[in-house]
Design a protein around this ligand. Structure first.
Ligand SMILES: [Zn+2]
Length: 85
């Protein structure tokens, strides 16, 4: 019984440390998600959630563009940042 409790405590501590390590990364992603993207097809401006930027942050950093599905025209395309932002 005590062995099971010890294993549960170890797992909880590991999960906690994983979250603490992840937290600054989430803050960076949240700041990236602060600015809108513009659809090249219809010009619709939309905001994305930070978790949608996890696999796209490289292209956002490098090209200021990322591949998203537009919520207006439902097209997948390279959406860029508006120039006035
Ligand atoms: Zn669109």
């Amino acid at each position: 019984m005590e062995a099971i409790l010890a294993v549960i405590v170890v797992i909880l501590v590991l999960v906690l440390f994983a979250w603490l390590k992840l937290f600054p990364k989430i803050a960076i992603l949240a700041s990236l998600a602060d600015k809108p993207f513009v659809c090249p097809n219809c010009g619709h401006r939309f905001y994305v959630k930070w978790y949608q930027l996890i696999f796209r942050q490289f292209s956002v950093y490098t090209y200021n563009k990322a591949n998203f599905k537009c919520p207006c025209c439902k097209m997948h395309d390279m959406c860029s940042r508006p120039h006035d932002c």
